[in-house]
Ligand binder design. Structure first.
Ligand SMILES: Cc1cc2nc3c(=O)[nH]c(=O)nc-3n(C[C@H](O)[C@H](O)[C@H](O)COP(=O)(O)O)c2cc1C
Ligand SMILES: [Mn+2]
Length: 490
């Protein structure tokens, strides 16, 4: 199901009693964070909040702020138009099963074709709601970034940050599009930071523009169908178009429209489009920012985004999220990605049964993966494979477990981990790129990762004591006692 607009999605959340509308003026400076954080930490992610009268330095903004709209399993699924994310994972599997690929490369290309076949190809339109109001700064003064209810999230943040922007760029060599979510610090009316970390596709595109000494067109969208927002965060392989992926998820082609001041195309139904450019060699201090890790990331040098135009809907709604000590809204977005891409992981690693990135690990810090173990050192093969796959390269700790362990139950994983490992024998350390946000390594972007083999050990792995059996009740007794317990009211 495709949403006509971000407002349409919010109406759906309202209908599901998943949205609280707040008329009371609430400050974009810290107060919205505090209210939203309490929801995100409440059981099952609390509610989505729509602040109808957010204030900027005490003055009511012309635009409402929506937050935590994807911050629960239910809302995340509804954002993608389904009642359970498993429906999308299942479609993914169907595409891959159509003609079983034998290599990962084949798999991705099949996936691309499969998604393409499902009418996911974008269409091109010449008019749309995101052009209801157009401010081209070469013609008029127009809307300032300071008019947007951009949050100052945490006390020690370096300023206000756009936290749910979808950033559109193009590879100057191939013309290939990319959409990524990279936060943007507001510097003044017309400039922001552009926080694409060095491993991300936006940064790769930027590097090519700088090498060619050309100005890089960049368009940033806010709002619209939440499928766009999700697609921008999903760890798609470099080269799989987020717009195609969004079209596949919403089962409707995305309508693209050309920007006013550059050649880039953006979805026609978004709430705001910030058009502009990034120039070679221009860097500016960005941060600090209360980050996904739960810590402030320090000031660092990042490119600068210059605005040339803002186009928008007449009734535009400003989407936001906050990040910080987990669990936060992004946990549900990350979990949906893992579920959707699990069939792809399984395709290359048929022994994989399930995978979980628990909230405490903030995406990549901690990965639990269960496997059907067949041969010695298979756990290590899976770890090394995962460390070589896209953004899984950041995984700091990978714990491999047997197939009968529920990886979504952290308590069960810890039990297996503690019981089944000899620390020295069952760990391995590697060197790999590390997440730019990880403050623990001595140097940024590089570090060590640890793999733990918590599976049962085989004689062929040098274990000859006879692996013991888990203590479990007899199935027949369980069935009998179920009835008895019901009778006894136990
Ligand atoms: C709320 C949120 C904020 C994010 N902020 C950033 C960011 O500032 N910089 C960054 O490089 N990645 C950020 N990410 C992660 C990227 O969006 C993610 O890695 C994405 O897959 C990158 O897409 P790409 O591979 O097309 O570059 C953020 C993710 C979420 C959910
Ligand atoms: Mn991408």
């Amino acid at each position: 199901m495709a949403y006509r607009s971000f407002a349409h999605f919010l109406d759906e959340l309202d209908r599901m009693s998943e949205l609280v509308r707040i008329q009371e003026p609430v400050a974009t400076e810290l107060e919205i964070t505090e209210l939203a954080d309490r929801q995100m930490k409440a059981s099952e992610g609390g509610k989505a909040l729509l602040f109808e009268n957010p204030t900027i330095e005490g003055k009511v903004s012309s635009f409402p702020v929506a937050i935590n709209t994807m911050g629960s399993e239910r809302r995340m699924a509804r954002a993608l138009g389904v009642s359970s994310i498993d429906e999308i994972a299942h479609q993914m599997q169907l595409i891959l099963k159509a003609k079983p690929p034998t290599t990962l490369k084949q798999g991705w290309s099949l996936l691309k074709q499969g998604i393409d076949l499902l009418q996911a190809r974008p269409q091109h339109v010449s008019d749309g709601p995101c052009k209801e109001l157009i401010d081209r700064f070469d013609i008029c003064a127009g809307l300032s970034l300071k008019d947007l209810p951009v949050l100052h999230c945490w006390p020690k943040d370096g300023g206000r940050f756009l936290t749910l922007p979808t950033v559109y760029t193009q590879d100057p060599d191939t013309g290939e599009r990319n959409v990524g979510m990279y936060r943007m610090q507001v510097y003044d009316d017309r400039t922001t930071g552009m926080h694409w970390q060095i491993h991300k596709v936006g940064a790769r595109h930027g590097k090519r523009f700088y090498e060619r000494n050309e100005r890089m067109p960049v368009a940033v969208c806010l709002g619209g169908d939440p499928a766009y927002t999700f697609a921008a965060t999903a760890p798609l392989p470099d080269g799989l178009d987020e717009i195609l992926f969004a079209g596949f998820i919403r089962k409707k082609s995305v309508e693209l429209i050309r920007c006013e001041t550059c050649e880039l195309e953006v979805p026609a139904d978004v709430d705001f489009v910030l058009e502009g450019y990034v120039q070679p060699a221009e860097l500016r201090p960005e941060g600090p920012f209360g980050d996904h890790t739960g810590f402030y990331t320090p000031v660092d040098q990042y490119p600068v985004f210059h605005l040339t135009a803002i186009t928008r809907r007449r009734q535009a709604i400003y989407p936001a999220t906050i990040v910080g000590i987990p669990p936060m809204e992004d946990f549900y977005m990350g979990s949906a990605s893992v579920r959707i891409f699990l069939p792809v992981f399984k395709m290359n690693f048929p022994e994989i049964v399930d995978m979980a990135l628990p909230a405490e690990g903030v995406f990549h810090n901690l990965v639990f993966v269960s496997i059907r173990k067949q041969y010695p050192y298979q756990a290590y093969k899976v770890m090394h494979g995962l460390w070589g796959m896209g953004q899984m390269m950041f995984s700091k700790y990978i714990v491999v477990l047997d197939e009968d362990c529920d990886v979504h139950n952290t308590s069960e994983v810890l039990f297996r981990l503690c019981a089944n490992t000899d620390p020295q024998r069952d760990t391995t350390f590697i060197k790999n790129p590390s997440d730019s946000l990880d403050h623990a390594p001595d140097r940024p972007n590089v570090g060590s990762h640890m793999g733990i083999d918590a599976t049962r050990k085989l004689p062929s792995e040098g274990y000859h004591r006879g692996w013991p059996e888990l203590v479990r009740m007899d199935e027949k007794v369980r069935a009998r006692v179920n009835e008895l317990a019901a009778k006894l009211g136990l």
